[in-house]
Structure formats: structure tokens, C-alpha cells
Ligand binder design. Structure first.
Ligand code: IPE
Ligand code: IPE
Ligand code: MG
Length: 251
């Protein structure tokens, strides 16, 4: 049974367990200031720290951040190298602090294409924080929502091939358990900064009933006030999951 798949009580106040963020707008933020795009990516790291602190202070159980998509390899080589460099150096600098804050860090995505050094750094960071029971922080690096589903389906197909699983035994939970975030099957609130109204191949399976919050604010300007606004908006939503609110009066 996955964590958040239990029968939802639609009359209950909205519970906020899992927030995911598409951190977009770094490049435009830098260009607006007459700087190179990489300055925007650097500035965006401060916003990541603010978002993590906010999530801890607001007792959010899981925060999933889109840092680098598989399609981002299409960018100029210099920008890709800078992005990966920033990812690795931030991981190195911050992992001890994340550990002190009881954060369980996971890198989700196809990490097999990164160098051995980077893969070792990822393994070390995940191993160091794996027993922590505070915030679950998922950083999506070389992530792609369709790829995630395909790699999960392949793992199930291999089990079927070996005779360990009958096709009829494949359920939502069994596929969920093979995805990058495993038991975190549902996102409650998906925020996208930068003014675009799209998913850009981020989490697909997990956003089936997510509430969306789009803001024009560029990621380096994202702060506690905007996060707070997103939460307020979330708490005002009526999450019906296809049902009806039976205790509501119809005029
Ligand atoms: C988001 O900012 C960061 C990544 C995609 C890595 P962008 O770099 O996409 O910034 P814009 O959208 O071009 O402004
Ligand atoms: C999505 O932003 C990816 C990340 C935030 C890491 P993009 O800037 O790559 O998305 P598109 O190209 O506008 O769809
Ligand atoms: Mg962008």
C-alpha cells in the first residue's frame, strides 16, 4: 500500500503532504538584469534553500524540485556544463547541512549518464541521509516523467518474464513502487514559476489529482511570501477526486 493512496475523505480539510516545484525562469531573470543565464541559475540556489526551509517550517512531508530535465541537454553545452557543475557543487556543500536538518535526500532521474564521480557523490549523499525522518527532499536531475514510467514498466515486465509476477497482479501500487519516488505516489500541490502553463515532462503519474499553482514570478525571486500564497490557494481548493461534497447545501 503506497503512502498516500488511502481512501480520501473529501470532507476533510486539505492535507498537504507533498509539494513539487518546476523551478523555471532563471535564464530570463538573468537576461532582465543584463547578465548571463548562468547568473540566474546561481541565484536560483538561494531560492532552493528558502523553499527547503519553508517546507521544514510548514511541516510539509515531501518536497520535489525539478532541477534538470532530460530535455535540458538540448541547451548550449556551456550552459549544460554550468548547470551540472552547480548541481554537484551544491550537493557537496549542502549535504552535511541537509543531514543536520534531518532531511532525507533523494536524487530522482536517470543518473546513469552522469560521470562516476557524480554518481558516487549522489550515492554518498543519499546513504548519509537515508535514515533521516524529517523532510523528504527529492531533487530531479536528468528526470523525465515518461522515462520514469517506462523504466518502472520495464522492471515489472522483467518480473513477469521471470515468472515472479502475474500480469493480473500489476496494480497502481506495484507500478508506483517501481517509480523513482517509490511510495510517494501522489503530489498534492504542483507549483510552477516563470509564467509558463505546462508540465514540461515533469512528474506525470504522480500528478493525477495534484492541485496546480502557476506564478509569473521567476525562480530566483521565489520566496516565502509566494510559497505562502500557493499554500493559501491550495487550502481554499475543493479536492473532490471525482466525488461530490455530500454535506454541502445546494441552493
Ligand atoms: C529553469 O530556468 C532552470 C532549468 C531549466 C535548469 P530556465 O533556465 O529554464 O530559465 P528560462 O525559462 O529560460 O527563463
Ligand atoms: C522545465 O523548464 C525544466 C526545469 C525546470 C528543470 P524548461 O525551461 O526546461 O521547460 P520548457 O522548455 O519551457 O518547457
Ligand atoms: Mg525555462
Amino acid at each position: 500500500m503506497s503512502l498516500y493512496n488511502s481512501n480520501y475523505d473529501i470532507r476533510k480539510k486539505n492535507n498537504l503532504y507533498h509539494v513539487a516545484i518546476i523551478m523555471d525562469g532563471n535564464g530570463r531573470w538573468a537576461i532582465n538584469k543584463g547578465k548571463l543565464r548562468i547568473h540566474g541559475h546561481k541565484a536560483g540556489i538561494q531560492s532552493v534553500k528558502r523553499a527547503v526551509n519553508f517546507a521544514i517550517n510548514h511541516k510539509i512531508k515531501a518536497l520535489t524540485l525539478y532541477a534538470f530535465s532530460r530535455d535540458n541537454w538540448k541547451r548550449p553545452q556551456q550552459e549544460v556544463a554550468a548547470l551540472i557543475g552547480l548541481f554537484v557543487s551544491t550537493l557537496e556543500i549542502e549535504v552535511k547541512s541537509l543531514h543536520r536538518h534531518n532531511i532525507k535526500l533523494r536524487i530522482i532521474g536517470d543518473v546513469s549518464c552522469f560521470s562516476d564521480n557524480i554518481q558516487d557523490r549522489i550515492k554518498y549523499s543519499e546513504a548519509l541521509t537515508k535514515n533521516n525522518n524529517g523532510l523528504i527532499l527529492n531533487i530531479a536531475a536528468n528526470y523525465d516523467g515518461r522515462w520514469d514510467i517506462i523504466q518502472g514498466v520495464k522492471k515489472l515486465a522483467k518480473k513477469v518474464h521471470k515468472g515472479l509476477l502475474c500480469p493480473d497482479q500489476i496494480t497502481e501500487d506495484s507500478l508506483t513502487s517501481q517509480l523513482c519516488m517509490q511510495e510517494l505516489s501522489s503530489v498534492d500541490l504542483l507549483i510552477r514559476t516563470g509564467g509558463e502553463y505546462r508540465i514540461s515532462n515533469f512528474l506525470l503519474w504522480q500528478i493525477a489529482y495534484a492541485e496546480f499553482y502557476f506564478t509569473k514570478v521567476l525562480w530566483p525571486d521565489f520566496d516565502e511570501n509566494i510559497f505562502e500564497k500557493a499554500l493559501k490557494s491550495f487550502y481554499l481548493r475543493e479536492r473532490r477526486y471525482g466525488g461530490v461534497l455530500s454535506d454541502k447545501k445546494i441552493n
